[in-house]
Design a binder for this molecule. Structure first.
Ligand SMILES: CSC[C@H]1O[C@@H](n2cnc3c(O)ncnc32)[C@H](O)[C@@H]1O
Ligand SMILES: [Zn+2]
Length: 433
């Protein structure tokens, strides 16, 4: 019989003008089966559940295209450093101490924070991914998971074996909510011979590849000195872009790099807040979009952001492009919102996610509009990007299941998550606040 959501303003995200002031949405199983104006559903029809969403806005949940979920464990541990110093002196030493259960609880905390801020799908690259997958299954999110691999490390072969087994075990699990990718970390940690081994597995298992590319000037310089080309050209020549690729960052690009990324349909995860905090630079998003590249939005890990709030990220993305180009029309509100929803889903290769439309997965968030910062109601899209806060998200539905209702997360015990994370992060980084 399904679920009816009625009375909400409905932003389908198909076009800027596709806003129903008073809409009706039917969810059956995992899917949306109807979206229409008030009165479009027969009054005779009965439902298992009716959600009265008057005063709310219904829209697709956010898609976070790049994070390291369990890095919530290291939030606030190492701040105000450049990327390489941050990684080499602070993060990699403490990651050596990670136990599988740490990743479970760190990922649970990230899932909790994501649900409470309206994210319904995310792409993750980290270690101990069986535990990350268990957390995603329990929390109820949709995720594309990859075991991160440092090709230069002595454990690279083992990491690739783990990835192969992980993909076989988890791809399509949790009712299809979990998909998988291969996760070679970056061109500066994964040389071409290792990437060739990764591509063999990608071809065999028919999965995509999640990698950091062109994040800092230091990376551009290191790759130029070693190979005499840019990271994007190197990855293209290695053959990586013959596979579906999710490329995080893409900050330092020349015109040729932009052309390659657009032509090869590389999915780009733009992470403006992490790029600002690590002072990595400003990605040329407006030029990428003008060239026809596919760009979504990510937060990166909570140790370099320091949260996983996609509403904040969307606002930062829009403001940053305006100031970088000195053009207030750059990355207009609807384009920023598309990056955070429909285009993010395309970046992850999820073709039935990111729109409120029959046949799409029922990943829906309800935002409480009865608040001072949503008045006057000139333009709801602008309000969502420039005025909304994550605490305005009232209800979250993922894959047809209500996972948060009236700001109560239903899939986990919040206190237990806080307790476990506090205990484990103290052991890992040795601080007790
Ligand atoms: C091999 S698992 C992922 C690996 O990436 C590290 N990491 C986190 N944030 C970034 C970033 O912005 N650039 C490069 N690498 C990053 C994380 O700590 C893990 O070691
Ligand atoms: Zn990252």
């Amino acid at each position: 019989m399904g679920m009816l959501i009625r009375g909400a303003a409905v932003l389908t995200m198909e076009k800027p003008e596709s806003l129903l002031p008073n809409g009706e949405i039917i969810v059956e199983g995992q899917y949306i089966t109807h979206v229409g104006p008030a009165g479009s559903v027969s009054p005779e029809r009965t439902f298992d559940r009716v959600i009265d969403a008057r005063g709310m806005l219904a829209m697709p949940g956010f898609v976070n295209c790049h994070t390291h979920a369990a890095m919530t464990l290291f939030r606030g541990y190492a701040d105000d450093l450049p990327l390489m110093q941050w990684l080499q002196e602070k993060i990699w030493p403490v990651e050596e101490r990670l136990e599988p259960e740490d990743v479970y609880w760190g990922t649970m905390l990230c899932c909790l924070e994501m649900i409470r801020s309206g994210t319904t799908t995310f792409a993750d690259m980290y270690f101990h991914m069986d535990e990350a997958a268990r957390a995603v299954e329990k929390a109820g999110l949709r995720a594309s998971l990859s075991r991160g691999m440092i090709g230069l490390s002595p454990g690279a072969g083992e990491a690739l074996d783990y990835s192969r087994r992980f993909i076989r075990d988890w791809h399509g699990q949790a009712g299809g909510r979990i998909t998988t990718m291969l996760g070679p970390h970056a061109p500066y940690t994964c040389p071409p011979d290792f990437l060739h081994r990764v591509m063999e597995v990608a071809a065999d298992l028919k999965v995509g590849i999640h990698i950091h590319i062109a994040e800092t000037r230091a990376e551009i310089e290191e790759i130029r000195q070693k190979y005499g080309k840019t990271p994007v050209v190197l990855m293209d020549e290695v053959g990586l872009f013959e596979f579906p690729v999710l490329a995080a960052h893409c900050v330092h690009l020349d015109e040729n790099d932009i052309r390659i990324l657009a032509e090869k349909k590389v999915g780009i995860a733009h992470n403006p807040e992490s790029n600002m905090k690590l002072a990595s630079g400003i990605a040329p998003v407006t030029r990428l979009l003008a060239a026809g590249a596919l760009v979504g939005l990510g937060t990166d890990g909570a140790a370099s952001n320091n949260n996983v709030d996609m509403m904040e990220e969307m606002r930062s993305a829009a403001l940053l492009q305006k100031v970088a180009t000195m053009d207030p029309t750059a990355l207009a509100a609807f384009d920023a919102l598309s990056m955070a929803t429909a285009n993010g889903a395309r970046v992850l290769g999820l073709h039935d996610v990111g729109l409120l439309k029959p046949g799409y997965k029922a990943d829906i968030i309800l935002i409480n509009l009865d608040q001072p910062h949503f008045y006057p109601r000139h333009d709801l899209v602008a309000h969502l990007v420039y005025a909304a806060r994550s605490a305005d998200v009232e209800t979250v539905i993922i894959d047809g299941q209500v996972v948060m209702e009236k700001r109560q997360v239903l899939t986990m015990d919040e206190e237990e998550v806080y307790h476990e994370v506090q205990k484990r992060s103290q052991r890992l980084v040795g601080t007790d606040l």
